[in-house]
Design a binder for this molecule. Structure first.
Ligand code: SF4
Length: 360
């Protein structure tokens, strides 16, 4: 059993973060925030996939103004990501941003930071102090060296220094992130940071890479941290459609039995016993189950020798034979169908289960 580290509770919009709340999965749009229609389309897809917090980049006043319309048309809390210009942070909050991500030290000094803090207090908006390995202050780099797995101190000190800037202004609705693109630095950094603060932690491996490399790096780092009870909200950072980030995020939580969303798909790798085109069938089934929200177990197996047995806990499964397929439920034979009809029949059965679960 995973024992979560106790952190303070904050709220991003209506969503609790920290304090033992469910670990939330978030993403960031890769659209031009000023293009409201395109940004909304992407956020709607992310919402459907289960995204719980969405962050948008705010590069200018037009983007800050666009926050209002975006916010009015989405269902999940919206965070504005801002660098350097305190006026953008203030404008984003005035326009309804429910959280901001800044690096307090790069906003131009205490007076400008005070304006941001005043707006955050007025609008009840939490601030994420987000530092990256690439943006650490020069004096800290000189003192501690570039962050590494053995010595992530510069990253931690930078975060804590920026947190103190907010605390000095009487502000504590804070979450912290220290991002590195290195898996081991991410792990050691968050392990050490979590001992030094009880603010909720946003975590992830930044610039992790494409689907495969990014998923592996993120899963290793976040998996280890989550298993140690560290972390309150995260983003899987992938050079892909951000919807994939959400899917990977929930699979990661599912694999650690922390949270479940949507069906779990078990599929065999195929071998010399496979006599049907399992890859195509598995692909179609995967596409379909991604539209389902209920956490049922679905199995797609290549043969009847091991298939049903291997997936006996599945609510529904199929196993290939010679020109036929067997549909089984809870590991027991349910129906035998011709290979040509297998996929359609199986999708119909899935739909039935979904509708029955909906009514239950
Ligand atoms: S379920 Fe059957 S086809 Fe699939 S890997 Fe196992 S033995 Fe091979």
């Amino acid at each position: 059993m995973i024992l979560r580290k106790q952190t303070r509770l904050i709220h991003v919009g209506g969503l609790p973060v920290g304090g033992g709340s469910p670990i939330s999965v978030q993403s960031m749009t890769n659209t031009d925030t000023r293009d409201v229609a395109t940004t909304l389309t992407q956020i709607e897809r992310l919402q459907d996939a289960g995204c719980e917090i969405i962050r948008v980049a705010v590069l200018d006043q037009e983007a800050a103004a666009a926050i209002r319309e975006i916010r009015e048309n989405i269902l999940i809390p919206l965070i504005a990501d801002i660098h350097f210009d305190y006026r953008l942070a203030v404008a984003a909050m005035e326009n309804g941003a429910q959280g901001i991500r800044i690096n307090p030290g790069n906003l131009g000094g205490p007076e400008k930071l005070a304006r941001v803090v005043d707006a955050a207090k007025l609008h009840k908006v939490p601030i994420r102090v987000g530092v990256n390995s690439g943006s650490i202050e020069k004096d800290l780099l000189k003192k501690y060296g570039y962050p590494s797995e053995d010595n992530p101190t510069a990253l931690i000190e930078s975060a804590l220094r920026n947190v103190r800037l907010l605390e000095d202004q009487g502000f504590e609705e804070i979450k912290i992130s220290i991002k590195s693109s290195d898996t081991l630095t991410t792990i050691s950094g968050y392990q050490q940071l979590s001992k030094l603060t009880d603010y909720p932690l946003h975590f992830g491996v930044t610039e992790a890479g494409g689907l495969i490399a990014g998923t592996v790096k993120s899963s290793v780092a976040l998996g280890i941290l989550l298993h140690q009870g560290i972390g309150d909200t995260f983003r899987i950072s992938l050079t892909r459609d951000p919807v994939e980030e959400i899917r990977v995020g929930f699979e990661l939580l599912r694999s650690l039995k922390i949270r479940e969303r949507g069906p779990e798909l078990i599929s065999c790798p195929t071998c010399g016993r496979t006599q049907i085109d399992l890859f195509s069938i598995a692909e179609e089934v995967e596409r379909y189950v991604q539209t389902m929200a209920k956490p049922i177990k679905v199995a797609v197996m290549g043969c009847v020798v091991n298939g049903p047995g291997e997936a006996k806990e599945a609510d529904i499964g199929l196993a290939g034979g010679n020109g036929v397929g067997i549909i089984f439920k809870k590991g027991k034979l349910y129906k035998k169908v011709k290979e040509d009809d297998l996929l359609d029949t199986f999708l119909r059965e899935l739909k039935k289960i979904e509708e029955a679960t909906d009514k239950a």
